[in-house]
Write a protein that binds this ligand. Structure first.
Ligand code: RB5
Length: 146
């Protein structure tokens, strides 16, 4: 599994935790985020990560900012990107099963009730259920063309 990961200054430590965990699962993580707390603009990070993902060499993208909100909204403006912002392990599992996102986002300043490792496992250890959910995703992505 190859992951592109990006973050702003609000999620440096969270990004490191994510890379550590996914590397321990055998994933390859390519980090295009920042590694200091010098202020950067999260739409720039989202744009860069999405452009890299869309070249086709990655399975998933992960984006992190202070809340995960700004960077996920930014990613969802890019055609072909479907970025989920799970709030706990249940949402991480269900978004994989039902929404099949190609990106997930997290917030470095958010106190999640579940730890990040469990949320990542809930996402990556589950599979998309397809069927009626694929039909809904097709409708969702068609909204980009309106
Ligand atoms: C940066 O201060 C902060 O606004 C950003 O990381 C993010 O939380 C935006 O949604």
């Amino acid at each position: 599994m190859k992951i592109i990961i990006g973050n702003d200054h609000g999620a440096v430590e969270l990004k490191k935790k994510i890379i550590n965990h996914l590397t321990s699962k055998g994933f390859e993580c390519v980090n295009i985020g920042v590694d200091t707390e010098d202020s950067v603009d999260y739409p720039d990070i989202a744009e860069k990560a999405c452009a890299e993902y869309l070249k086709g060499d990655y399975d998933y993208g992960i984006l992190c900012c202070g809340t995960g909100i700004g960077i996920s909204i930014s990613a969802n403006k890019v055609e072909g990107i479907r970025c989920a912002l799970p709030q706990d392990s249940y949402a991480a599992e269900m978004t994989k099963k039902h929404n099949n996102p190609n990106f997930i986002a997290f917030g470095g300043r958010i106190e999640y009730k579940d730890n990040i490792e469990d949320m990542l496992n809930a996402f990556f250890d589950n599979n998309f259920e397809a069927g009626r959910h694929q039909n809904r995703i097709d409708k969702m992505m068609a909204l980009e063309k309106r």
